[in-house]
Design a binder for this molecule. Structure first.
Ligand code: AMP
Ligand code: MG
Length: 477
C-alpha cells in the first residue's frame, strides 16, 4: 500500500492536468519497491522548487510514499516513432503532481521507472540505474549549457533487479518538467478524442505555457507559431553545442520547448553532420545534421492536429498550417546564425558572415576536427594539438576571421569548456552500476554545472576519447 506523508518537506502539489477530459490521464499509483536508496539528489533544484532537500526521502522519491497533495496518474499520448504512428502513454512513469514553487511557477514532478501503468503494453514499467543516471547527468549538463530542458531532481535505486539483456540494478528518476505535453499528446487527442477534447487540450496548453494568447487574433494560430518558434530556438541550441537527441519521435517533443527524454542521446566529438550514436537509428533519421529537418517534420504532425481549430474552412486551415510550419527553417536559421556568430565572437554583421561560418565547418569536417575543442582553441587562441591548425586553408580562414572585430567575452560565454564526453559519461555510469560508487558521477556533474566558467578543473574533462569512433548508445528501456 502506498502511504501518505505530511508536507513539511515543502510539497505543494496541484493537479491541473486532471481537470482535462478523462481520456488524457488515468489515476494510477506507483508500484512500491523493495528497498529504495537515495543515491543522487539535486539540492539546488530542490531549493528552487521550494523543497527542503534534507527532508526529501528515498520513500517519496521512489513512490513508496506520497505527499499529501499528490494525485498520482499516468498520461495518455500517441506519437510517430521513426515515422510511424503508435499509441503510447506513460508506460513507466507516474506524474505525482505539479509543484507550485515559492516563485509562483508550476513544474510537473514525475517518477520514471515507477512500475507498470495501463499504458505499459509488454514493458515492466521499470528502469535500470545506468540510463536513469545518464538522464540525470546529461539533462543537468544541458541546463548548465543554457539549453531549455527537463531536469533531474533525484535518482533512487530500488533494491530490485531489472531484466534486460543482462540483470541490472533498478532505479527511479525524478524528472522535473514545465509540463509533459507533447506533440504526441495532440496527436492522441486528434486521433482518439472528440473535437471538444482537442480544444480543451489546446486551451490548457495555451494557459499553461503561452502568455499573451489572449491578445492573439486566433489563439490556436498563436499556439502553432509559438511552438514552432520554441522548437527552432531549441534545436538551434542543440546544434550549436553538438547535442544529438537520438530519438526525436513526436512523443519526445515537448510543446513547452524543453529537451525531453534522454535515451540514446550523446554529444558529437568530431564534426560530422552524419553522426549517429543510437544503435536503433540504423538509417540515420536522427543524425546530427538531420535534426532541424526532423524538427520541421514533427511540427508538421503537430500542425495537422490543429487543423480543426485553425480555421472553419479546412482548405484555409491547411494553408495556414503549412505557412506557419514553413517559418521554422527561417527561424531556426536565425537562431543558429546568431549563435554561430557568438561562437566566433563576431560583433557586427557583414555580408560574408554565413560564408565564414560555412568555411570553418567545412574545414573542421575535412580535417576531422573536434567540434567543441576547435571553438575553444579559437576562443583562447591556443591553436595547437590538432592537424587542422597547421593546414594552409585554415590559416587563410584564420587570417580572414582575425581581421574582424571580435569579442573574447562573447566567445567565452558561447563556447563551453566541456561537454559530457561519451567516455566520461560511460566511466561514471560503469563505476556507479558495477561498484555502487557514485564519486565519479559527482565529480563529472560538478565539472558540468558551469561550462562557461572555464576553470582549470574543467580542462581535464575536455578531451575526447582517443578511441571513441564507433561509440554506440542504447535506448535504456
Ligand atoms: P521512449 O522511447 O522512452 O520515448 O518510450 C516510448 C514508450 O515506451 C513510452 O510510452 C514509455 O513510457 C514506454 N516504455 C519504455 N520503457 C518501458 C518499460 N520498461 N515499461 C513500460 N513502458 C515502457
Ligand atoms: Mg519518450
Amino acid at each position: 500500500m502506498t502511504g501518505i506523508i505530511t508536507d513539511k518537506t515543502g510539497w505543494n502539489l496541484d493537479n491541473s492536468y486532471t481537470r482535462l477530459p478523462e481520456i488524457f490521464w488515468v489515476n494510477h499509483n506507483p508500484s512500491p519497491v523493495k528497498s529504495p536508496e537515495l543515491i543522487k539528489l539535486n539540492t539546488e533544484l530542490a531549493r528552487s522548487l521550494g523543497l527542503d532537500a534534507g527532508l526529501l526521502s528515498a520513500g517519496v522519491l521512489s513512490g513508496n510514499r506520497l505527499p499529501d497533495s499528490s494525485r498520482p496518474m499516468a498520461q495518455a499520448y500517441a506519437g510517430h516513432q521513426f515515422g510511424y504512428f503508435t499509441m503510447l502513454g506513460d508506460g513507466r512513469a507516474i506524474l505525482i503532481g505539479e509543484q507550485l514553487t515559492p516563485g509562483g511557477e508550476r513544474f510537473d514532478i514525475q517518477l520514471k521507472g515507477s512500475g507498470r501503468t495501463p499504458f505499459s503494453r509488454g514493458g515492466d514499467g521499470r528502469a535500470a540505474l545506468g540510463p536513469m543516471l545518464r538522464e540525470y547527468i546529461i539533462s543537468e549538463a544541458m541546463h548548465g549549457l543554457g539549453i531549455a530542458t527537463t531536469r533531474s531532481l533525484a535518482v533512487v535505486t530500488t533494491g530490485e533487479p531489472v531484466y534486460r539483456d543482462t540483470v541490472l540494478p533498478g532505479a527511479i528518476l525524478t524528472r522535473v518538467a514545465s509540463s509533459h505535453i507533447r506533440v504526441g499528446t495532440f496527436e492522441y487527442a486528434a486521433r482518439y478524442g472528440e473535437s471538444g477534447d482537442l480544444r480543451a487540450l489546446a486551451d490548457y496548453t495555451l494557459d499553461r505555457h503561452f502568455d499573451g494568447y489572449l491578445n492573439a487574433e486566433n489563439p490556436y494560430v498563436f499556439l502553432l507559431e509559438e511552438v514552432v518558434r520554441r522548437q527552432a530556438r531549441l534545436i538551434a541550441g542543440w546544434q550549436l553545442v553538438g547535442f544529438i537527441h537520438g530519438v526525436m519521435n513526436t512523443d519526445n517533443m515537448a510543446l513547452c520547448g524543453e529537451t525531453i527524454d534522454y535515451g540514446p542521446c550523446a554529444f558529437m566529438d568530431t564534426y560530422d553532420p552524419q553522426t549517429v550514436f543510437s544503435s536503433i537509428d540504423r538509417y540515420g533519421r536522427y543524425a546530427y545534421g538531420n535534426q532541424p529537418n526532423i524538427g520541421a517534420w514533427n511540427l508538421t504532425r503537430f500542425a495537422e492536429t490543429l487543423i480543426p481549430l485553425l480555421n472553419r474552412d479546412s482548405g484555409r486551415a491547411e494553408a495556414l498550417a503549412r505557412t506557419k510550419v514553413s517559418e521554422f527553417h527561417t527561424l531556426y536559421q536565425k537562431y543558429w546564425h546568431a549563435g554561430m556568430k557568438a561562437k566566433l565572437g563576431l560583433t557586427n554583421d557583414e555580408p560574408g558572415d554565413a560564408e565564414l561560418i560555412r568555411e570553418l565547418l567545412l574545414l573542421m569536417y575535412n580535417n576531422k576536427a573536434d567540434y567543441t575543442n576547435t571553438f575553444l582553441a579559437l576562443t583562447f587562441d591556443s591553436l595547437e594539438g590538432a592537424e587542422l591548425y597547421t593546414k594552409p586553408e585554415f590559416l587563410v580562414w584564420h587570417k580572414k576571421w582575425s581581421a574582424r572585430d571580435r569579442s573574447f567575452p562573447t566567445m567565452k560565454n558561447a563556447n563551453p569548456a566541456l561537454i559530457p564526453r561519451n567516455h566520461r559519461v560511460e566511466k561514471a555510469l560503469d563505476t556507479a552500476v558495477n561498484n555502487a560508487d557514485y564519486s565519479v558521477t559527482d565529480r563529472l556533474l560538478a565539472a558540468l554545472v558551469s561550462p562557461f566558467a572555464h576553470t582549470r578543473e574543467q580542462t581535464a574533462y575536455a578531451q575526447p576519447d582517443p578511441s571513441s569512433c564507433g561509440y554506440k548508445t542504447f535506448c535504456g528501456t
